[in-house]
Write a protein that binds this ligand. Structure first.
Ligand SMILES: *Cc1c(COP(=O)(O)O)cnc(C)c1O
Length: 387
């Protein structure tokens, strides 16, 4: 079965709920057991079973099953946000005295977590160049435990060679975690490339409508899954049933939304390349992009998120361009149906962009008609040129 079909059918069972198509939203804390014998089975039954609201309900189990099946993992857990999924995975696999290798192009709050809580717990982090390749082995220490990847890089879209990095990690018995938010479970299959834990801000394309915060961690194997679940359980983490239902609903249409985001993104990226005020476009789906060969080898598609560098002019010129856009909104996050634009400043030692070149501007191509989006941007560039 193709993923787009599978997405419609996985993780729901209408006949278990009076024929209702979508798994109903179970609001629950206490679960009443009919007998002492049933109560005595708590903790003995195979997961998932309904024992207490914090431990999951049919609503959350349905979403976990759907994501895990699409991503071809052993099991998923749901968490209150994407950054929390990242934090939980790192806390499950690292302890005081351990060393973490993190890709330098990781999402800024992920980097910030390593410098804050993890540093306080006595965990040391080394950031590595996303294009490091085989030289990753030179950074491995006796206490290295985890390699953390994100592809492509946040804001600057560097494309790491994932199979090369996971091969080195495997040779040293390291756990590999990957933030797979950009590609979604549809366009990159981390477990076929040596990743052990795939992490998602479900907030983005899985929810798909900018109205819920959702984190998901999926494990390649049972042992990794149980460790993740134990850590999330010990920390008391839980995703609200309403948000789980929104994510499950979003997931059903992801197979038709993503191709439009991809197509609009590629078309805008190519159009932007031809604009006189654009220095460069950073999108691995463009054949001119340095990461294109790796992207086309390992990924089956692109989402709608990419960046461009706009020629330097005063901040007021940028405001003149962005403040009057009609279809592109300015705001954090992405992955909803709407188009977004955001000037960004990565905090790391970036190699794919030099602030001297101009403004780094990140775009999210929404589901609008692409000609309308181009017209909106063209008017913006005209204001920029005239400033
Ligand atoms: C948004 C985002 C996150 C964090 O997700 P939240 O749900 O906002 O916490 C993590 N990684 C990437 C790549 C993101 O874009």
């Amino acid at each position: 079965m193709k993923d787009t079909t599978h997405l419609l059918h996985t993780g729901r069972d209408p006949q278990a709920h009076h024929g209702v198509v979508n798994t109903p939203v179970y609001h629950a804390s206490t679960i009443i057991f009919p007998s002492l014998a049933d109560l005595d089975t708590v903790g003995q039954k195979k997961y998932p079973s309904v024992t207490y609201g914090r431990r999951g309900t049919p609503t959350t189990f349905a979403l976990e099953k759907a994501v895990s099946e699409i991503e071809q993992g052993a099991g998923s857990i749901l968490l209150p946000s994407g950054i929390n999924a990242i934090a939980t995975a790192l806390m499950a696999f690292l302890e005081t005295g351990d060393h973490l290798l993190m890709i330098d192009s990781a999402y800024d709050p992920t980097r910030s977590l390593t410098q804050g809580i993890l540093a306080r717990m006595g965990i040391e982090t080394t950031f590595f160049d996303p294009l490091i390749g085989d030289d990753l082995q030179n950074l491995i220490q006796p206490n290295t435990r985890v390699v953390f990847l994100e592809a492509p890089g946040s804001l600057t879209f560097e494309m790491p060679d994932i199979p090369t990095l996971t091969k080195i990690a495997a040779a040293h018995d390291l756990t590999v975690m990957m933030d797979n938010t950009w590609a979604t479970p549809l366009y990159f299959k981390p477990f076929s490339y040596g990743v052990h834990i795939s992490l998602h801000a479900g907030t983005k394309y899985i929810v798909g409508h900018s109205d819920a915060m959702v984190g998901i961690a999926t494990a390649a194997d049972e042992e990794t899954f149980l460790k993740l679940r134990k850590t999330a359980g010990d920390l008391g983490l839980h995703l609200s049933p309403g948000d789980a239902a929104l994510a499950a609903r979003g997931l059903r249409t992801m197979g038709v939304r993503l191709p439009v985001h991809m197509q609009n993104g590629l078309e805008l990226a190519a159009w932007l390349q031809a604009q006189p005020d654009v220095v460069r476009v950073l999108h691995p789906g463009l054949s001119s992009d340095p990461g294109h060969a790796i992207w086309s080898r390992d990924f089956t598609g692109a989402s709608g998120l990419f960046s461009c560098i706009v020629k330097p002019k005063p901040r007021a010129a940028l405001a003149h361009m962005l403040d009057h856009l009609e279809l592109f909104g300015m705001g954090f996050s992405w992955g909803g149906y709407e188009s977004l634009i955001l000037p960004a400043k990565p905090s790391r030692a970036v190699r794919n962009f030099d602030p001297e070149e101009g403004w780094l501007v990140r775009l999210h191509a929404g589901l609008d008609d692409c000609d309308d989006l181009k017209a909106d941007l063209a008017a913006g560039f005209k204001r920029y040129a005239e400033f």
